[in-house]
Write a protein that binds this ligand. Structure first.
Ligand SMILES: CC(C)(COP(=O)(O)OP(=O)(O)OC[C@H]1O[C@@H](n2cnc3c(N)ncnc32)[C@H](O)[C@@H]1OP(=O)(O)O)[C@@H](O)C(=O)NCCC(=O)NCCS
Length: 165
């Protein structure tokens, strides 16, 4: 009789999608003349949102391996509502590539814009803190396939860079 563990059930990116929202307050602003929200505040929220998606996908604990890219396309202002949407877009054996899109909303007018595009990598950890297998990713839409291919290219580059050190 085989002692191999049962195969993990695949999940779609939508099954683990995570949404996080927060109202930006004056103490989170930077010191610029035309004040906006400090980048580190956004990065912390992005990390948390990606962690939620990773935990949902792997069904256990997950740790940040790398924050690969945080693109600041537009400033976010005090009193705006930020909404983060995180999705698992690629998986390896134990790692998960996650995108987080950040939107800022002027709550009074309802005007909303995409302010940040982010890529992160998380690793599923078992109870002893060792990397553990993650469920396969089930791709359903053309968008799923597009992001999956982009994440695969990024992963290849990251692994090549790892070999340099
Ligand atoms: C994440 C961590 C457990 C990985 O440990 P490790 O010894 O590199 O483990 P492995 O070699 O088994 O790699 C685990 C996965 O990460 C990937 N990985 C590791 N280093 C990588 C790198 N430099 N670039 C890209 N991928 C990498 C591996 O390819 C593997 O993914 P895969 O199974 O899908 O192929 C370890 O680096 C760690 O504990 N880091 C600190 C995490 C932390 O403190 N985060 C902040 C708090 S949440």
């Amino acid at each position: 009789m085989s002692t191999d563990p049962a195969p993990l059930a695949p999940k779609t990116p939508r099954q683990s999608e995570a949404v996080l929202a927060d109202l930006m307050m004056p103490h989170q602003a930077n010191g610029l003349k035309h004040s906006s929200i400090f980048g580190g505040v956004i990065m912390s929220l992005v990390d948390r949102c990606a962690a939620l998606a990773a935990i949902r996908h792997c069904g256990g604990q997950a740790t940040t391996l790398s924050i690969d890219r945080v693109l600041f396309k537009e400033p976010i202002r005090v009193s705006e509502l930020v909404e983060m949407r995180g999705r698992v877009v690629h998986v390896g054996r134990t790692s998960m590539s996650i995108t987080v899109d950040v939107y800022a909303e002027n709550v009074a007018t309802g005007e909303r814009r995409l302010t940040n595009e982010c890529w992160l990598t998380f690793v599923h950890l078992d109870d002893d803190g060792r990397p553990a297998p993650v469920p396969p990713l089930l791709l359903e839409t053309p968008e799923d396939h597009r992001f999956h291919a982009a994440a695969a290219r990024r992963r290849q580059q990251a692994l090549a860079d790892r070999a340099v050190r």
